[in-house]
Design a protein around this ligand. Structure first.
Ligand code: S3P
Length: 430
């Protein structure tokens, strides 16, 4: 039975909230904690399905990971060469980060492994990591000529390379850096725009020799990683739904505490501020090598803007909810250079265009983005999630300013990144 949620329009939103831990940082805390010598303690780990897939993968490779309390992990690191061959296929579920980063890491292991995922993940392109890893000496097989999971990997024999990535992708960059840990010499990845740099930051925090430079990053092979204490900040990609919710619902004021504001992730703040959104960052601090702040959001009259270029990878997961902000902004918003949205959990350009249209929004898909003409209100109705957590939550935000209830079908997917989303949304409604 698939789950359905009905969201009613809100008069206003108020309160002080926290959002669950950052998904990208949670994945990496398990990966680097497992490869380090000694114990790693993680606080604020995201208990979503994507991260559970990574946790189970490392348990299946012999890593002892305890969960002393909700959101806390104790990882007994096994050192760079301590993972053992998994006895079965590793199921990455819906998680692109799990499968792509593991493809890199497993390329460096002296054993055989197979990675697969759910029906959405098995449609997503893997060549982007498989091809450069093959150039490093990895032996990887998959459906569609090596492009689609399941992927079978015979690890070992990795050589350092310098790779110019045609796309700004943290998953590609991180897969190569992880494989590069097992090469002699220095592995370098360049990208057209800087993608999220959590791998680089956490590798450095655990003691690896990481050298970022304009346009790319290098890592030296065979590092000695030491177990650390990691504090995972709140996920800005989850906070984004509440930022837009408070901006577009008149009379709202919301304080979102403890949000990761790494500059490679904070494009959503820049975009919303340029649209005229009142967002204020306070209490700035640093937690385990990552910048964090509290974000105060007040409802605002938004205006349409042009979005493209370097901000796109800095906000790549937020475009579904940016399109909702644009649907209530005065004038036209144009999103360009965002072709990557077509190969996310679903084709997010097609999905948001079709679902916003069902509520009466004026929105057109472009090959590499969308054009949206804002209006005062949407209408109530019924929409689909396309099995994508961020489409489901974006449509819930759109529902807050509809003229009637909106029913969202197939909402279990929100468990991948934000298990308590629906409850939290109801808690702040007035
Ligand atoms: C992620 C990188 C991004 C992002 C994804 C998480 C990561 O993907 O969309 O949700 O944790 O490295 P790409 O590398 O495909 O852009």
């Amino acid at each position: 039975m698939t789950q359905t949620r009905t969201v009613r329009p809100a008069a206003s939103l108020h309160g002080e909230i926290t959002v669950p831990g950052d998904k990208s940082i949670s994945h990496r805390s398990i990966m680097f904690g497992s490869l380090a010598a000694g114990t790693t303690i993680v606080h604020g780990f995201l208990q979503g399905e994507d991260n559970r897939a990574t946790l189970n993968a490392f348990r299946s490779m012999g890593v002892k990971i305890e969960e002393p309390s909700c959101g806390d992990l104790r990882i007994e690191g096994r050192g760079l060469h301590g993972l053992t061959e998994p006895a079965d296929v590793i199921d990455c579920g819906n998680s692109g980060t799990t499968i792509r980063l593991l493809t890199g890491l497993l390329s460096g292991q002296a054993f055989f492994s197979v990675l697969t995922g759910d029906r959405y993940l098995r449609k997503r392109p893997m060549k982007r990591v498989v091809a450069p890893l093959a150039a490093m000496g990895a032996r990887i097989w998959g459906r569609g000529g090596g492009d689609l999971a399941p992927l079978a990997i015979q690890g070992g024999g990795i050589r350092a390379v310098a790779y110019d990535s045609p796309i700004a992708s943290a998953q590609v960059k991180s897969a190569l850096l992880l494989a590069g840990l097992y090469a002699d010499g220095v592995t370098t990845v360049r990208e057209p725009h800087l993608s999220r740099d959590h791998s680089e930051r956490m590798l450095a925090y655990f003691g690896a020799e990481v050298r970022p430079f304009p346009g790319g990053v290098s890592v030296a092979g065979n590092p000695s990683l030491e177990g650390r204490e990691v504090f995972v900040p709140g996920d800005i990609s989850s906070a984004a739904f509440f930022m837009v919710a408070a901006l577009v619902t008149p009379g709202s004021e919301l304080l979102i505490r403890n949000v990761g504001v790494n500059p490679t992730r904070s494009g959503i703040i820049d975009i919303l501020q340029e649209m005229g959104g009142a967002l204020e960052l306070t209490n700035r601090r640093e937690l385990s090598g990552e910048p964090v702040a509290d974000i105060l959001v007040k409802s605002s009259s938004l205006k349409g803007i042009e979005i493209g270029g370097a901000v796109v990878p800095r906000a790549i997961d937020e475009f579904p909810v940016v399109s909702v902000a644009a649907a209530f902004a005065e004038g036209t918003t144009t999103i360009r250079d965002a072709r990557e949205l077509r190969v996310k959990e679903t084709d997010r350009i097609a999905a948001m265009t079709s679902e916003l249209s069902r509520l009466g929004a004026q929105v057109e898909a472009r090959e590499d983005g969308m054009e949206i003409v804002g209006m005062e209100r949407l209408r109530g109705g019924s929409v689909a999630s396309h099995g994508d957590h961020r489409i489901a939550m974006s449509m819930a935000v759109a529902a807050l300013r509809a003229d009637g209830p909106v029913t969202i079908e197939d909402t279990e997917c929100t468990a991948t990144s934000f298990p308590r989303f629906w409850e939290l949304l109801e808690e702040i409604k007035r």
